[in-house]
Write a protein that binds this ligand. Structure first.
Ligand code: C2G
Length: 131
């Protein structure tokens, strides 16, 4: 049985998140998702998520193709997360292309194309400046 792992903040959960998680799940039989802590999101993006970590985790965990969620606290511990969850495949969106290639000694590393024209940051901008 292959386990797939992926990571993200998943704030303002949208169709791009659904698409990557659904496609990630097809690479194995079990999908585990690391959801970024507020602190990690701030470090990555310079702002806090609008939805709490508990809510973001509950939303991701509610998907039928997600088997388990956990908190991703740092980008640096990815190797430990992969090994702790016995992941065979790491899937990320291609905005991260190349960034996790050094893990290819412990798992397959796959980058999938992002869904165009949607992101949490874009939704925030559209809400701030409605047309
Ligand atoms: N995504 C996508 N299409 C979009 C938006 C996002 O495929 N239109 C993907 C991203 O590529 C990522 C996942 O959805 O794989 C989660 O996106 P974010 O919540 O923006 O998370 P991110 O900041 O990329 O976190 O360890 C790595 C990070 O924690 C990834």
């Amino acid at each position: 049985m292959k386990t797939v792992i992926t990571f993200g903040t998943f704030d303002l959960f949208h169709i791009g998140h659904v698409n990557i998680l659904r496609r990630a799940a097809t690479f194995g039989e079990r999908l585990v998702v690391g959801v970024s802590s507020d602190e990690l999101n701030y470090a990555k993006k310079g702002f806090n998520p609008l939805f709490s970590l508990d809510d973001r985790m509950a939303i991701v965990a509610s998907l039928r193709f997600v088997d388990e969620v956990f908190v991703e606290r740092t980008l640096e511990d990815k190797r430990d997360y992969v090994q702790a969850h016995h992941a065979d495949v790491l899937v990320m969106g291609d905005d991260w292309a190349g960034r996790f290639d050094e893990l290819s000694d412990v798992c397959d590393v796959v980058y999938l194309p992002r869904t165009p024209d949607i992101s949490s940051a874009d939704v925030r901008r559209r809400l701030a400046y409605p047309l």
